[in-house]
Write a protein that binds this ligand. Structure first.
Ligand SMILES: *Cc1c(COP(=O)(O)O)cnc(C)c1O
Length: 412
């Protein structure tokens, strides 16, 4: 049995514990939703003020050159690259994950155009926007493309065959927290002549990723989740060197042009990763991504992964020990090799229980159907946070202190 003093001792000997001071988290909150919106790096406030007051306010349009605004998507890409196993000139931070996925899918489909392959394989349980973007592209292409929705992770390999043009998978499932074997599935897709796109929304910044080592074809992901870039912060897209020359997508805006200020009438893509860009970026938001990324320079993804697994192991064990009588069902894999950095438990009144938790200062979130989702960010979550969160959950369940009729907000 783990006790509260065990958790205090784990915190006392945790080499990552000092990193929490780099974030501004209200003292009375236990924040277990960094998988949905990362906490605020302390430096973000000063950086926002600098961008707004000095760079925008004083330097005005000169800042595109003098403050490096124009190169920011590439510079941030270089900073992000080591966290995902990418080359320095293979990533840009830009646009949204949905838009970047559209570009990657369009490029992959284009590379497969002459192969006669017309099937995109993905999971029914994939994050909805990924499915919607694929549906939108297929309708737009109007060239016989179909989407094959696989019903369980175990069936993915068998679903990939000689008709598969592209496999599009999310590395860690947003609901269950299930982690895929990127290297094995990428190799399997290639063995069958398919290309593979990885969505790293719930894995970038949460666990070590080796895109080059896995020989993946394309990847996209969020910066506002585990990378702590801020609400709605621009996303990223990875295109490896080997695909860059033939990387084409339909959103050919002027930022992807070889000479944007030549103001030519015809589009001509720039060489390299810059061709994944489209138009002018939200600089204030983009600049804050750096505040999140630079924190990762103080540690390693291996150290973060070790703590993440220790936190999720602890949470699962404590919930099962202390809330055993309450019919919670674990939706997240127990095997480390199959687990990301969040844990989901099902409960018939999951939404109401989560609302009660939030009212008591434990912030997780809720995903249909009846799943309570708890994210563990090793940069700022402590072992004692886990203990306290489970105690509050236990009290709510013991006392039935939740309102089954709780009204739902637009965002759950
Ligand atoms: C969070 C998330 C997104 C978000 O996409 P946006 O375009 O930023 O809204 C996309 N895909 C997955 C798998 C996600 O988890």
């Amino acid at each position: 049995m783990t006790t509260r003093s065990d958790c205090l001792a784990l915190d006392a000997s945790d080499a990552l514990a000092p990193l929490r001071a780099l974030f501004d988290i209200p003292a009375d909150l236990i924040y277990l939703d960094g998988n949905s919106l990362g906490a605020r790096p302390r430096t973000a406030l000063a950086r926002a003020s600098e961008v707004i007051a000095a760079e925008w306010g004083t330097q005005l349009i000169r800042s595109w050159n003098t403050a490096g605004w124009f190169d920011l998507p590439k510079r941030l890409g270089q900073q992000l690259a080591p966290l995902i196993g990418a080359g320095a000139d293979e990533v840009v931070v830009t646009d949204t994950t949905s838009l970047n996925l559209f570009k990657a899918l369009a490029a992959a489909v284009h590379l497969q155009q002459d192969s006669g392959r017309r099937v995109i394989v993905t999971e029914r349980e994939n994050f909805p926007t990924d499915l919607y973007m694929a549906q939108g592209l297929c309708r737009w292409l109007d060239d016989g493309y179909t989407i094959k929705l696989v019903d369980s992770p175990e069936q993915i390999a068998a679903a990939i065959d000689g008709d598969t043009a592209v496999v599009m998978l999310t590395h860690v499932n947003y609901r269950s927290g299930r982690l895929h074997d990127m290297a094995a599935l990428s190799a399997h897709a290639h063995a069958h002549g398919a290309l593979i796109i990885w969505d790293l929304a719930h894995s970038a910044g949460a666990l070590p990723i080796d895109l080059q080592g896995a020989n993946a074809d394309f990847a996209v992901g969020c910066t506002y989740k585990y990378l702590n870039g801020g609400p709605g912060a621009p996303a990223f897209i990875w295109v490896p060197q080997r695909h860059q020359a033939r990387f084409t997508h339909p959103l050919t805006g002027w930022w992807g042009h070889a000479a944007p200020f030549a103001m030519a009438a015809d589009f001509a893509p720039v060489d390299g990763i810059g061709r994944a860009l489209c138009g002018t970026q939200p600089i204030v938001s983009l600049a804050l991504v750096e505040c999140g990324l630079e924190i990762f320079e103080q540690t390693s993804m291996a150290a973060l992964r070790a703590k993440s697994l220790a936190l999720t192991d602890l949470f699962i064990a404590l919930v099962e020990q202390r809330c055993a009588a309450h019919g919670l069902t674990l939706a997240t894999p127990r095997k480390h090799a199959e687990r990301g950095s969040h844990v989901s438990f099902g409960h018939p009144h999951g939404y109401a229980v989560m609302q009660a938790l939030i009212a008591h200062g434990v912030i997780g979130d809720y995903r249909e159907p009846s799943l309570m989702r708890f994210g563990f960010t090793p940069l700022y979550t402590s072992y004692t946070d886990v203990w306290n969160a489970v105690e509050i959950l236990r009290e709510i369940l013991d006392d039935h202190a939740y309102d089954r009729a709780a009204a739902r907000g637009a965002v759950t």
